[in-house]
Design a protein around this ligand. Structure first.
Ligand code: PLP
Length: 405
C-alpha cells in the first residue's frame, strides 16, 4: 500500500533494507508531508492571526483549514472544539491543569487503567498531589482486558473524570471505551479518551463515541512531530479555564483584569505550530485518500498475520494473544531452559538485520510490572508495511533466537 510514497523506506540500515516495525512510537512521513514543511517555510511563513499583511493571512488561512481537517477526521461538532497542542502528552497535561483547577478538589477521584501510557498517568497523579485527590486504577482481567465490573465498582459520587486509552500502546488491544463512557456518563462523570494509538488505526467519531475529551499526536499518524490535538466538547471547553497564559489566548489585557479569547484560542497560548498543522492537514488528506476503513482492514490483516507467524516460533509468548488488535503486538522470547531472553538483546539482534522494533517498558511501567517481565518486544505496523516485511522480521527473529540460546 503506497510504500513508494515514503522515501525513508528506501534507506538501508546496517547494509540491509529497512523493515520499520516501530510505528506505535512514530510513523514515517509521506513525501506530501515532507514537501508541505518545505513549502510552508519556503513560500508563506509568517506568524498567524495577528498580521494584516499577505503572508500572515495566507498562514492563518492554512492553519485554520488544517483545524477543519482535524475536525473532519474526528467528526467533531465544530472546529472550535479542536485545540492544537504539542502532542498527546501536552494535551493531557493541559487538560489535567484546566479540568483539575476548575473541577477537582480534595477527596475527589480520577480513574485511569492499569495499562495506560505514563502520559495518561503522571499528569493525573500530579493533579491529585496538587489537590489532595485520589487516583484509582481499573484492574486487568486474566486475559489483560479491562475489568469492567471492577470499573463500575470504582465509580462513585467522588469520581470527577475517567481517562483511558482506546488502544493500548503495548498490547495493541482495543478497549471498550464506548462502554466505559456509557457507564461513566450514567454517573455524570466525564471521560477523556487517549486516542494516540487509535486515531491512526481506526475510524474514530467523537460524537458517536460521546467522549468528553480526546487526545492524539500527529506524528503517530504520518504527520509532523511537535503537534497534537485536544478535542473537547464545546460545553466543557466553554466552562473550563485556560491552562496556559500568554499571547493569542487573550481578548483584552490590563493589570487590573484580563479577559480571554473565544474557543479554541482560549487554550492556545503563544505562536501555534502552524507549519505543523499545515503538514498534518496534508497527512490527513493523504490518509483519507487511501481511506481509514481500508487502512484499518489492511493493518488488521497484517497484525493477524504477524501474530500467526510469531505463534509458529518456539518459546515465544505473545501478550493478549488472539484478542482484537490495532497495530501493535507485544511478545517475549524464552530460551529452551525457560529463561526469558532480555527484550533488549532481541531488539539489538533484529536491528543488526535491518529490522526496527521497540523493546522495553514502552512508557507503561505499571502494565509491564503487572506482566512481571523486564519489558517486551513490540512490533507495530502501519499502512506501508507488507507481508514481506513480516516475513523478513520473522526470519530475523528466528536467527536472533538461535543466537541467544
Ligand atoms: N498515549 C499513548 C497510548 C501513546 O502510545 C503515546 C506515545 O507513545 C502517548 C500517549 C504519548 O504521546 P506523545 O509522546 O506523542 O505525546
Amino acid at each position: 500500500m503506497r510504500r513508494e510514497d515514503f522515501p525513508i523506506l528506501n534507506e538501508k540500515v546496517h547494509g540491509r533494507a529497512l523493515v520499520y516495525l516501530d510505528n506505535a512510537a512514530t510513523t514515517q512521513k509521506p513525501q506530501v508531508v515532507i514537501d508541505a514543511i518545505a513549502e510552508a517555510y519556503g513560500k508563506w511563513n509568517a506568524n498567524v492571526h495577528r498580521g494584516v499583511h499577505h503572508l500572515s493571512q495566507v498562514a492563518t488561512q492554512k492553519h485554520e483549514e488544517a483545524r477543519k481537517k482535524v475536525a473532519g477526521l474526528l467528526h467533531t461538532q465544530s472546529e472550535e472544539e479542536i485545540i492544537f497542542t504539542k502532542g498527546t502528552t501536552d494535551s493531557i497535561n493541559m487538560l489535567a491543569r484546566s479540568f483539575g483547577d476548575a473541577m477537582v478538589k480534595a477527596g475527589d477521584e480520577i480513574i485511569v487503567s492499569q495499562l495506560e501510557h505514563h502520559s495518561n498517568i503522571v499528569p493525573w497523579q500530579m493533579l491529585c498531589e496538587r489537590k489532595g485527590a485520589v487516583l484509582k486504577v481499573i484492574p486487568l482481567r486474566e486475559d489483560l482486558s479491562l475489568d469492567i465490573e471492577a470499573f463500575e465498582g470504582l465509580l462513585s459520587e467522588k469520581t470527577r473524570l475517567v481517562s483511558v486509552a482506546q488502544v493500548s500502546n503495548v498490547l495493541g488491544i482495543v478497549n471498550p471505551v464506548e462502554e466505559i463512557i456509557r457507564l461513566a456518563h450514567a454517573r455524570g462523570v466525564a471521560v477523556c479518551v487517549d486516542g494516540a494509538q487509535s486515531v491512526p488505526h481506526l475510524a474514530v467519531d467523537v460524537q458517536e463515541m460521546d467522549c468528553d475529551f480526546l487526545v492524539m499526536s500527529a506524528h503517530k499518524m504520518y504527520g509532523p512531530t511537535g503537534l497534537g490535538v485536544l478535542y473537547g466538547k464545546k460545553e466543557w471547553l466553554d466552562k473550563l479555564p485556560p491552562a496556559e497564559g500568554g499571547g493569542e489566548m487573550i481578548e483584552h489585557v490590563s493589570f487590573e483584569k484580563t479577559t480571554y479569547n473565544v474557543l479554541p484560542y482560549k487554550f492556545e497560548a503563544g505562536t501555534p505550530n502552524y507549519v505543523g498543522s499545515y503538514a498534518f492537514g496534508k497527512a490527513i488528506d493523504y490518509v483519507q485518500s487511501v481511506g481509514l476503513e481500508a487502512i484499518a482492514k489492511y493493518e488488521h490483516e497484517l497484525a493477524v498475520y504477524l501474530e500467526e507467524q510469531l505463534a509458529l516460533l518456539p518459546n515465544v509468548r505473545i501478550y493478549a494473544a488472539g484478542r482484537e488488535k490495532a497495530g501493535a503486538v507485544s511478545f517475549n522470547v524464552y530460551r529452551e531452559d525457560g529463561v526469558l531472553i532480555h527484550p533488549f538483546d532481541v531488539g539489538v539482534l533484529l536491528d543488526r538485520q535491518g529490522v526496527a522494533v521497540r523493546t522495553g517498558h514502552h512508557c507503561a511501567e505499571p502494565l509491564i510490572d503487572h506482566l512481571q517481565v523486564p519489558g517486551t518486544v513490540r512490533a507495530s505496523v502501519a499502512m506501508y508495511n507488507t507481508k514481506e516485511d513480516i516475513d523478513t522480521f520473522i526470519a530475523a527473529l528466528r536467527k536472533a533466537i538461535m543466537m541467544l540460546q
